[in-house]
Write a protein that binds this ligand. Sequence first.
Ligand SMILES: *Cc1c(COP(=O)(O)O)cnc(C)c1O
Length: 377
Amino acid sequence: MIVFNRAPYIPEAMEYVNDAVKSGKIAGDGKNTHLCSEMMEKRFNAAKVLLTTSCTAALEMCAILLNIKEGDEVIMPSYTFVSTANAFVVHGATPVFVDIRPDTMNIDETKIEAAITERTKAIVVVHYAGVSCEMDKIIAIAKNYNIAVVEDAAQGVMAQYHGKALGTIGDFGCYSFHETKNYTMGEGGALVINNIEYLERAEIIREKGTNRSKFYRGEIDKYSWVDIGSSFLPSEFNVSYLYGQMLIADKINEDRINSFNYYYQALSKMADLGKLELPVIPDGCRHNGHMFYIKLKDLEQRTEFLADMKENEISCVFHYVPLHSSRAGKKYGRLSGTDDYTTKESERLVRLPMYYQLSDMDKDIVIDRVLRNIDKE
Ligand SMILES: *Cc1c(COP(=O)(O)O)cnc(C)c1O
């Protein structure tokens, strides 16, 4: 059986977990949390990284920081995970869904402007598969209309756009450290704050609406309730395992990119013959090997393909059901413009097994089966 994903097992990382437990300090914002966030700030050239319990939590912090309320609108792609929408919907906003580009599966930047109304508060972009959206154009639009940009960079840790780390380009970036992502603490995430004006309030919201962070730094002599907030900070226990991975982030990144390139090369002949489509990485984008997907002819071919792979004990999966056609999406959101690509492209896409230390032998088995499937056509 070749599984679709497995979390990295890094024995050295367990030592950081052990140290934390031994020290008796395993609540939030302990030693390893500080080390880990500082390391990410340096590495990504980010003003501030606040670790959170999930990417969903980081997105929700953005909604609170932007004072999202009933009647506000937030622009986002329909082809994304539910959290991109939910984080804003729970604060009363209407998600306004925009179509994607067929090449990268990212929001179509040329269709954003038509979705803007007087109620638009933010554009939430999603860097699908760790491949960047057209950020120069998107930032220019947002500036022009004075609206915020949130990057859902759940899949984009260690990826870049014209030399800038994903997550550090908009006002906010949100990372995920869920088990299915490149670096993981089981469940976890981070809020990257690029507009430093939001920092003080972000720290308060993350610490249950208190100024405890200031208290810990010795800036005030007691802390109290000063704003709304929740418990958005992760346990030191979890972060310690993540820290052990971030210390070897390059090694993990390289391994995944090698797997991506291995698949790509092996399947490129079939792609040249027009029998399947491979991912597109636009100029200026450096991806992180988060995902390897192929696109087949249509839903029918994909259904047959998935059944065959399953029969052969290779775990391949499709991805998002477009939010604008889901039950909650119809209730809480609306589609701007037309769905030229979202549904059509999402129905053709299949993800192949991809994780840290996926062996060449396993990749060969997957490739062989993919080729047999495609040749049947
Ligand atoms: C994984 C993912 C999320 C959610 O991340 P959690 O850490 O599980 O909350 C949000 N958006 C996208 C695009 C994702 O891939």
